[in-house]
Write a protein that binds this ligand. Structure first.
Ligand code: NAI
Length: 267
C-alpha cells in the first residue's frame, strides 16, 4: 500500500560510532545498525574484538571499519572521531556504550582507585566523546546520541557505589544535554538495561542468574544483548525525532515489580 505516514524508520547510509563494540550490547548494536544499512565505526580497547566484529559485519555484507579506542583517553577519542569522520564523510549517530563494573565496599583499600577508573570510563568518557562528536552530529541537523546507563542509574546494588554513581551521572548528563542540544537538532537519550547476558555478567554462575531472574524479573530471565540493541535502534531512528531526554528502561519489568510481591509469588 502507499505509505500513510511521513517519518522514516530507516538508518540506511547513516554513520554510527559505537564505543565498547567488541562485546555484549555494543557488538549487538553494531550488528543491528549494520543490518539496518548503517555504516558502523566499531570501536573498543580490545583489538581482537574490534577485528572480529568488523569482520562479522563485512562478512554479512555490511559496512564497518574498526578502531582501537580506549575511551578513558581524551586524545584517542579526539583522533578516532576525526578519523571516523574522514573515513565515512560525516557522523550521524553516537552510542556511548563502553563501560566497566568493579564492585567494591566503600571501606576497601582500593576503593578510590576503582572509583576513579569507573567514573573515567563510564561517565567522563561519555561527556568527552559527545564533545568530540558534537560538531559533526550538529552538521546534519538530526544528530542522535544514546548513552548506555543501567537500572543502577535509577537504584543501587550493594558494593557497587562507584558504578551506581557513574550510571546516575549518565542519566544526569543525558538530561542536561537533551535540554541543551535539542534546539540544535541533536537528540540525547539514555538506555537503562537490566540484567543482560554479556561479558560483564559472564562470571556470574548460571544458577545464580536463574535464581535472580526468577525472583526479580517478571520475564523470569536475563535479557539478550540484541533486545537492548533494538531499543537503542529505536532512539536513533529519523522517526524518533521528538524523543529527547528519555530514560528507556529495558529490564524485563524488573524495576516495575514490587519486591514483596515478587518474593511471595516466586519459587
Ligand atoms: P561487555 O563487557 O560485554 O562489553 C563492554 C565492552 O566495553 C567490552 O568490549 C570492553 O572491552 C569495552 N570497554 C571496557 N572499557 C573500555 C574502555 N576504557 N574503552 C573502550 N572500551 C572499553 O559488557 P556489556 O554488558 O555489553 O556492557 C555495555 C554497557 O552496558 C556498559 O556501559 C554497562 O555498564 C552497561 N550495562 C550492562 C548490564 C548487563 O547486565 N550486562 C546492565 C546494565 C548496563
Amino acid at each position: 500500500m502507499a505509505g500513510l505516514t511521513e517519518l522514516s524508520r530507516s538508518i540506511r547510509g547513516k554513520v554510527a560510532l559505537v564505543t565498547g563494540a567488541a562485546s555484549g550490547m555494543g557488538r549487538a548494536t553494531a550488528h543491528l545498525f549494520a543490518d539496518e544499512g548503517a555504516r558502523v565505526a566499531v570501536t573498543d580497547l580490545a583489538a581482537d574484538g574490534v577485528k572480529r566484529v568488523t569482520e562479522e559485519i563485512e562478512g554479512a555484507g555490511g559496512e564497518a571499519c574498526g578502531w582501537l579506542l580506549d575511551v578513558s583517553d581524551r586524545a584517542e577519542i579526539e583522533s578516532v572521531v576525526a578519523e571516523v569522520v574522514e573515513r565515512f564523510g560525516g557522523l550521524d549517530i553516537l552510542v556511548n556504550n563502553a563501560g566497566i563494573s568493579q564492585p567494591s565496599p566503600v571501606d576497601a583499600e582500593d576503593y578510590e582507585e576503582k572509583w576513579e577508573r569507573t567514573l573515567a570510563v563510564n561517565l567522563t568518557a561519555h561527556m568527552r566523546t559527545i564533545r568530540a562528536c558534537l560538531p559533526h552530529l550538529k552538521r546534519g541537523g538530526a544528530g542522535r546520541i544514546v548513552n548506555v546507563a543501567s537500572t543502577d542509574g535509577l537504584g543501587a546494588t550493594a558494593h557497587g557505589s562507584p558504578y551506581t554513581a557513574s550510571k546516575h551521572g549518565v542519566i544526569g548528563l543525558t538530561r542536561g544535554l537533551a535540554v541543551e542540544l535539542g534546539a540544535q537538532g541533536v537528540t540525547v537519550n539514555c538506555i537503562c538495561p537490566g540484567p543482560i547476558h554479556t561479558g560483564m555478567t559472564a562470571a556470574i554462575p548460571a544458577d545464580a542468574k536463574d535464581v535472580f531472574a526468577r525472583r526479580k524479573v517478571p520475564l523470569r530471565r536475563y535479557g539478550r544483548p540484541e533486545e537492548v540493541a533494538q531499543a537503542t535502534l529505536h532512539l536513533v531512528l529519523p522517526a524518533s525525532s521528538y524523543i529527547n531526554g528519555a530514560v528507556l528502561v529495558v529490564d524485563g519489568g524488573m524495576l516495575a515489580q514490587n519486591h514483596l510481591a515478587s518474593l511471595r509469588d516466586s519459587p
